[in-house]
Design a protein. Structure first.
Ligand code: PLZ
Length: 448
């Protein structure tokens, strides 16, 4: 293997040297308008020059704290040295052959890692793809082929991607679906568990409500798969009531329905366990993976029961770039870090630190309806005080205030009223506290 010298690490401090955005970023914003499609939007009005750990350095030399990790991707830290070294070495060896044409060891090795790390001790197989949406699509293809059934059940508030099939599976119209139909057929939506808005339903009751809809409107014997995010991601970082996931999984098992966990956002230590299903002891039949798996390089996977995966005819799964060797090298390095550095433990430490802090703020700020989440997948849902009426403007204001101070936080939620935190799991405590100071101030300003 070729060795490549590591770049100088970025110091892990927030530092503003211009207004946000600075002059170079403003220049790029103007250039962008002339050539980048208007449909592609960016949260951050600043352009990144370098990134390291939990710091984004922009083209004007500002250093921002990254509490988004590129939407839960750079969990091992931006440009983790181990990932950089593995990628650099692989690039020097070969960048692409196409696994369907001339295979290589890295693909096989990564599938071995996935078989070992994902929930359950049963025999597993994997297929590697390029993105989360592609992972979800392939899980559906596999479930349909294995069961000979067509129907797919998804949850309200779900997000599964932007391709035609996954748009149909995604709940929210704007901005994901509006004007982009017609959508793929045979996708049926059932109510999720959303404790803040469920009027006290238990997990079992919420599951019974979902199952009732599926059985009445579709019929269990027509359903190939139920696809579930163990914690709703784009839909608002909603942790289902305890018992919801196990009840859905049991119903799926009893009815020959493939239980697919979309762990694209929750996977790889993000929620304080290697996979979010583990919090409830649920072993999915198939898991859709992406984001954190690649340490920053584009990669997705479906891992699952060997009997289901191998029901697909030879040549039925694939794609030119699926399991690209550079992405595999990155994933082998990243997955080793989740284990070596106990990043699930790091996520749990982030959870206790952030929750303690934000719960104290919530006691003083009536716009905060709930502080929730697991591990380093945490959120604050904002409402008009005294009601459950979503307040999207409040979330936008908080995000904007943080950004102006050099802290990147994202929003999410069906109503856009949730401020979410997805810090790299390696964020240093001092830097996290500094970013939380900024966030706390922005939240407290809502009560002022
Ligand atoms: N499943 C659970 O969270 C991607 C999308 C942001 P891709 N989430 C961030 C946006 O606005 O496009 C996601 C997810 C879950 C599937 C996906 C899709 O993953 O890699 O973006 O295709």
């Amino acid at each position: 293997m070729t060795t490549v010298s590591a770049p100088t690490p970025l110091d892990q401090h927030r530092r503003l040297v211009t207004a946000i955005p600075g002059p170079r970023s403003l220049e790029l914003t103007a250039r962008r308008a002339a050539v980048v499609a208007a449909g592609v939007s960016s949260t951050l009005p600043v352009y990144v020059a370098r990134a390291g750990g939990a710091i984004l350095q922009d083209v004007d030399g500002n250093q921002l704290v990254d509490l988004g990790s590129g939407i839960a991707v750079t969990s091992v830290g931006a440009s983790a040295p181990e990932v950089v070294a593995a990628v650099s070495a692989q690039v020097a060896d070969f960048t692409h052959t196409c696994f369907m044409v001339s295979p290589y060891e890295e693909y096989v090795q990564l599938c071995e890692v996935l078989a070992r790390l994902t929930p359950g001790t049963h025999e597993k197989r994997s297929v590697l793809v390029n993105s989360g949406a592609e992972a979800v699509e392939n899980a559906v293809k596999i479930a349909r082929r294995a069961t000979g059934r067509d129907a797919i059940v998804v949850l309200d508030h779900a997000y599964h991607g932007r391709t035609n099939l996954t748009m149909a599976m995604t709940a929210r119209a704007m901005p994901y679906k509006t004007g982009f139909g017609p959508f793929a057929g045979e996708v049926y939506r059932v109510p999720a568990s959303y404790p803040l808005r469920d009027g006290g339903l238990t997990g079992e009751q919420a599951a019974a409500r979902a199952i009732d809809v599926a059985q009445r409107q579709v019929g269990a014997d027509r359903i190939a798969a139920i696809v579930v995010e163990p914690i709703l991601g784009e839909g608002g970082f909603v942790v289902p009531a305890a018992g919801f996931l196990p009840a859905l999984a049991a119903w799926a098992r009893d009815n020959g329905i493939v239980f697919v966990a979309d762990e694209v956002q929750t996977g790889f230590a993000r929620t304080g366990a290697l996979f979010a299903c583990e919090h409830e002891g649920v072993v999915p039949d198939l898991v859709a993976l992406a984001k954190g798996i690649g340490g920053g390089l584009p990669l997705g996977a479906v891992t699952g029961r060997a009997d289901l995966m191998d029901a697909v005819h030879a040549g039925g799964l694939g794609g030119t770039y699926g399991g690209n060797p550079v992405a595999c090298a990155a994933a082998l390095a990243a997955t080793a870090l989740y284990e070596r550095d106990d990043l699930a433990g790091a996520a749990r430490a982030i959870e206790s630190r952030v929750k303690a802090r934000l719960q104290a703020v919530a006691a003083d700020v009536p716009a905060i309806a709930e502080v929730r989440g697991r591990g380093a997948m945490l959120a604050v849902e904002l409402v008009r005080p005294g009601t459950l009426e979503p307040d999207k403007e409040a979330a936008a204001t908080v995000a904007r205030t943080c950004l102006a101070a050099g802290v990147l936080v994202l929003t999410c939620g069906t109503w856009g009223n949730v401020v979410r935190l997805l810090p790299p799991l390696v964020i240093e405590q001092e830097l996290l506290d500094d970013a939380l100071d900024v966030l706390e101030q922005a939240l407290r300003a809502l009560a002022a």
